[in-house]
Design a protein around this ligand. Structure first.
Ligand code: ZN
Length: 257
């Protein structure tokens, strides 16, 4: 199997290429807006991280610790936009971010250690799709195309990892390839040795598909995704509340004298 450094380097290079391609080729949306350079850099970063995610199933050790710490730090940052739409203030966002960090850093790593086997169904195509769907749900935003761009970057990074694992399971003796036992255990749709893990993987995938399909509809229904016009309309309302607060402050000084 390809090592941690090989995975992160390759997925980072692919991610940068993907981000750059998005910047150059992504068409303009209706209001003349194009995809920003920041979005493209974030897209590259997501592909890069996704390239190490499959090895969360490799038991304890440096990669697992590093991966879970990295994902734990990134996830709350990506969710800031979503928190704001739920009407949360900065303190609430900080608290929610801390909780998510702890859950991923300590909870998810434990779950993987307990319930996954290396090169089990976590190294598979349905797992790659599931992770992309999670990314789609996490990175909320106004623009569906940008959400899809980020989610597909995660899928791409995950697939880069699986592809590298397959390449590394072929040994070359001169011109004769020799397939290791691990060949075919990364890019797969199901695990022939465990019906239960197939069932579990596809059940999670089905739930995530439903969540991802339902999310934009739900968000629109509850007006959690506001249009730019709505945001602009809401902005002046928040401004006048500030001056009276500032104005009351000098009045308190004569009392303390
Ligand atoms: Zn792997």
């Amino acid at each position: 199997m390809a090592g941690f450094n090989t995975h992160i380097t390759t997925s980072t290079i692919v991610g940068i290429g993907y981000g750059a391609a998005a910047y150059v080729f992504m068409p303009e949306v209706a209001n003349g807006e194009t995809v920003t350079i920041t979005t493209c850099m974030l897209t590259a970063g997501l592909c890069s991280i996704a390239g190490i995610l499959p090895d969360l199933d490799s038991g304890s050790g440096r990669p697992v610790k590093e991966i879970s710490a990295f994902v734990a730090a990134m996830a709350p940052m990506l969710m800031i936009d979503r928190f704001r739409r739920f009407g949360m203030g900065p303190e609430e966002i900080a608290l929610a971010g801390a909780i998510i960090y702890m859950v991923i850093r300590f909870g998810v790593a434990e779950v993987f250690k307990k319930y996954t086997k290396h090169r089990g169904m976590w190294h598979s195509i349905p797992a790659a799709i599931s992770v992309a769907l999670v990314a789609f749900l996490v990175v909320s935003g106004e623009r569906l195309d940008v959400r899809l761009l980020k989610a597909s970057a995660v899928f791409l990074g995950f697939m880069v990892h699986l592809t590298l694992d397959e390449i590394w399971s072929v040994e070359w003796h001169g011109v004769m390839p020799r397939f290791k036992k691990s060949f075919g255990t990364a890019i797969k749709f199901w695990n022939p040795n465990s019906m239960w893990s197939n069932f579990s993987t596809y059940s999670k995938l089905a739930i995530l598909v439903m969540a991802a399909v339902g999310d934009p509809i739900l968000m629109q229904q509850y007006h959690l995704h506001r249009t730019p016009e709505e945001m602009q309309a809401a902005a002046p309302g928040t401004v006048p509340t500030q001056p009276p607060e500032i104005a009351t402050e000098p009045l308190t000084f004569p009392i303390t004298r």
